[in-house]
Design a protein around this ligand. Structure first.
Ligand SMILES: Nc1nc(-c2ccc(Cl)c(S(N)(=O)=O)c2)cs1
Ligand SMILES: [Zn+2]
Length: 264
């Protein structure tokens, strides 16, 4: 086997684990424009070009392919929607959606806002261009829309199809199709609440940590029921033997360095 596979700290600490925890991640992971970061709201610079987003195809009801890829749960958005606006240079098409979480409510998000962690963080990953004209490597090849998720006492119906699918993909490298149809629009806050967000240039938060991501972190949070939240760490496993529950798939905070965080 080539170099050991990458993993999160919780996996690296397991006895007899041979995977590389965050401190050993290779690729661009040890460079200086990395993600996630702590967003200090008072230091974010207002940028008047950061207008609202336009979402195309987010209202399309579909049965989604959902995958346990050994690091997260991922919804494949294939010919899903695309976004424009938000001071993006062109349209970006939705590729996949995945989440990061813990079992505690205060350490499941990757980004922090004024040093506050949330229960989960949802990333909708988009690639530059439409399906016809893909563009090559550049620091804005990928646009990730990041939403903080809080736990409340109301069931979030938009998340139910994904939550119900989790029991079918407990093992890594398994996939299923959601039984019920759902649309992305029902998983994110109402569009009129998405005008306020933070913007900075960073990286993938998983190896190879390519520094090709335009990050958008929305101020408006998503709320899901505590039982929905607990299902992620209860039903999903990192390993075949189903010994290590999938949770704390959260990369440690990275240095902002000489980057500026902007806000709409
Ligand atoms: N195998 C896996 N890939 C990812 C992934 C892929 C692309 C991106 Cl952009 C990201 S992130 N967390 O930076 O949004 C994660 C997760 S798990
Ligand atoms: Zn992510």
């Amino acid at each position: 086997v080539l170099g050991a596979h990458w993993c999160y700290q919780i996996q690296a600490e397991e006895p007899n684990s041979h995977c590389q925890g965050p401190a050993q991640w290779t690729g661009d992971c040890q460079k200086t424009n990395q993600s996630p970061i702590n967003i200090i709201t008072a230091e974010a610079k207002v940028n008047p070009n950061l207008k609202h987003f336009t979402f195309f195809g987010y209202n399309e009801k579909k049965k989604w392919v959902v995958v346990n890829n050994g690091h997260s749960v991922q919804m494949m958005l294939g010919d899903g929607g695309c976004i424009s606006g938000g001071d993006l240079p062109t349209q970006y098409r939705a590729v996949q959606l995945h989440l990061h979480w813990s079992q505690e409510l205060d350490r499941g998000s990757e980004h922090t806002i004024d040093s506050k962690h949330f229960a989960m963080e949802m990333h909708i990953v988009h690639e530059k261009g439409t399906s016809n004209n893909k563009v090559q490597d550049s620091k804005d090849k990928i646009a990730v829309l990041a939403f903080m998720i809080e736990v409340g006492d109301e069931v979030n119906q938009g998340f139910q199809p994904l939550v119900e699918a989790l029991s079918h993909i407990s093992k890594p490298n398994t996939s299923t199709t959601t039984v019920r149809e759902s649309c992305l629009e029902n998983m994110i806050p109402k569009q009129e609440k998405l005008a306020r967000y933070f913007r900075y240039f960073g990286s993938l938060t998983t190896p190879n940590c390519d520094e090709t991501v335009i990050w958008t972190v929305f101020q408006e949070t998503i709320k899901i029921h505590k039982d929905q939240f607990l299902k992620f760490s209860k039903m999903l496993y990192y390993d075949e033997d189903q010994k290590l529950n999938m949770k704390d798939n959260v990369r440690p905070l990275q240095q902002l360095g000489n980057r500026q965080v902007f806000r709409s």
